[in-house]
Design a protein around this ligand. Structure first.
Ligand code: DX5
Ligand code: ZN
Length: 214
């Protein structure tokens, strides 16, 4: 069970100290928004490159952008370890996966709540991870959508052995639901950064996920 805190909920004026607070996490989730695929604009490759220098936890970069094929190389050079893009983007899915793999990075594919999971099935053998969105991408602090759990169950029924990540509205309670469905990587923005002790929250989230499947 891996916890991937989203720095979207952190204090951008103090990223180095914010990253220190979550150094016990398994991945760092970096939300990249282009103001086109989603309404907001967040951060780009130069910021990823800067924070990579002060953080040794692997970077799980979630591209909420219209043309991931065009920018994959920038994010690979900036230090992304996992490059995740949306199956709903304008780029050719197969070509984008190949590009990410050719850059020596792990490829992940994300699906919005309204997109059938069948859309990712043709690509599973090349994906290290599938990201099943549990909110509409674009904003932190939304409520977890339990209705998408059958997508996770379906991927496991098909025998998918890679990582399945959930993103949006994950907290100490909703994480149990996602873990039971078969997810094993959990993004948490508000739950981690709005808590008194991010370190204790990361431990609690990991324990609750593990206990849910015993
Ligand atoms: C939503 C982002 C999420 C977001 C999660 O578009 O992809 O990663 O930061 O935030 P919380 O955990 O607050 O729902
Ligand atoms: Zn995200």
């Amino acid at each position: 069970m891996k916890i991937s805190p989203s720095i979207l909920a952190s204090d951008y004026a103090n990223l180095e100290s914010e990253l220190k607070k979550i150094e016990s996490s398994d991945y760092i989730h970096v939300d990249v928004m282009d103001g086109h695929f989603v309404p907001n604009i967040s951060i780009g490759a130069p910021v990823v490159s800067a924070i990579k220098k002060v953080c040794s936890v692997p970077f799980d970069v979630h591209l909420m952008i219209s043309d991931p094929l065009k920018y994959a190389e920038d994010f690979a050079n900036a230090g992304a370890d996992i490059i995740c893009f949306h199956v709903e983007s304008d780029s050719d899915t197969s070509e984008t996966i190949d590009k990410i793999l050719s850059l020596g990075k792990k490829a992940a594919l994300a699906v919005k709540p309204g997109t059938p999971v069948e859309e990712v099935i043709p690509y599973l053998d090349r994906l290290s991870m599938v990201l099943v969105m549990t909110v509409e991408p674009g904003f932190g602090g939304q409520s977890f959508m339990e209705g998408v759990m059958p997508k996770i169950e379906k991927l496991r029924e098909l025998g998918y052995k890679g990582e399945i990540e959930v993103d949006g509205g994950v907290n100490a309670e909703t994480i149990r639901i996602a873990a039971k469905a078969g997810a094993d990587v959990f993004v948490a923005g508000s739950a981690v950064f709005r808590s008194e002790s991010p370190k204790d929250t990361i431990r609690l989230l990991r324990d609750n996920a593990a206990n849910a499947v015993i």
